[in-house]
Design a protein around this ligand. Structure first.
Ligand code: CA
Length: 225
């Protein structure tokens, strides 16, 4: 079970990390919103424990961004603010639960287990990529209910671009995501172009894909319509 702890109070994030690790969970920690989002794009977390008051942003913004991109982690909002507005806003934005600080670590763990029981076997999230519907869990892509058959790498490439919609991703970023950090000596950066070319051909057979942009000299970008 993977957990991302997003909390800038170092002593609290450290305590959570130690306690949850002892319960057999694998924990990563982010102290800023930017780092949290970056980690969420790259890894898949069962839980995100999300502080609201972060140095660079507000936890609600992270939650919005994650939900918009169909990140399907369970979110528990942690806040020191006492207003019930925070709780309502958090739950409205799709948080699974809410804990007011200070909270006990066993209480946190119990809430996580309750969420797991509730979510078990539940819900498929679909990302809409300009009409192409991507079901990440089942690894399918359809356009107007017609299946679009992609290879594993093409699927991962499209998913990664979709998660970073509106941003230019360099060839090396894409390569690192698709092949991992370690690459063979005979790795050739043209591979990514070949995969993109094939992916485009498959998508274009169903609908115009002018939203799939080549950024000369850098890489690629998906533009939302
Ligand atoms: Ca904080």
């Amino acid at each position: 079970m993977n957990v991302l702890i997003v909390e800038d109070e170092r002593s609290l994030s450290h305590e959570m990390e130690i306690y949850l690790t002892k319960q057999g969970l694998h924990c990563d920690v982010a102290f800023t919103g930017a780092k949290a989002l970056e980690m969420m794009w790259v890894n898949s977390y069962d839980f995100v424990l999300l502080d609201i008051g972060l140095p660079d942003t507000n936890g609600f913004e992270i939650l919005k961004e994650a939900k918009k991109n169909a990140i399907d982690s369970a979110f528990i909002v942690l806040t020191a603010r006492s207003e019930t507005d925070d709780k309502i806003l958090g739950l409205d934005l799709g948080a699974d639960d809410y804990l007011a600080k200070p909270f006990s670590l066993p209480e946190l763990h119990a809430r996580m287990q309750a969420i797991l029981r509730r979510k078990h076997g539940l819900k498929v999230q679909i990302i809409d990529i300009n009409g192409f519907m991507m079901d990440y869990q089942n690894r399918t892509l359809t356009y107007e209910e017609t299946p679009v058959v992609l290879t594993k790498k093409e699927f991962d490439l499209l998913h990664y671009l979709a998660l970073h919609k509106g941003r230019v991703l360099s060839r090396s970023q894409l390569t690192e995501h698709i092949w991992g950090d370690v690459m063979d000596d005979d790795y050739d950066s043209n591979y990514i172009d070949v995969h993109v070319k094939n992916l485009r051909k498959k998508l274009a057979a169903h609908a115009p894909i002018e939203w799939f942009e080549t950024v000369r000299g850098i890489g690629y970008r998906l533009n939302a319509q």
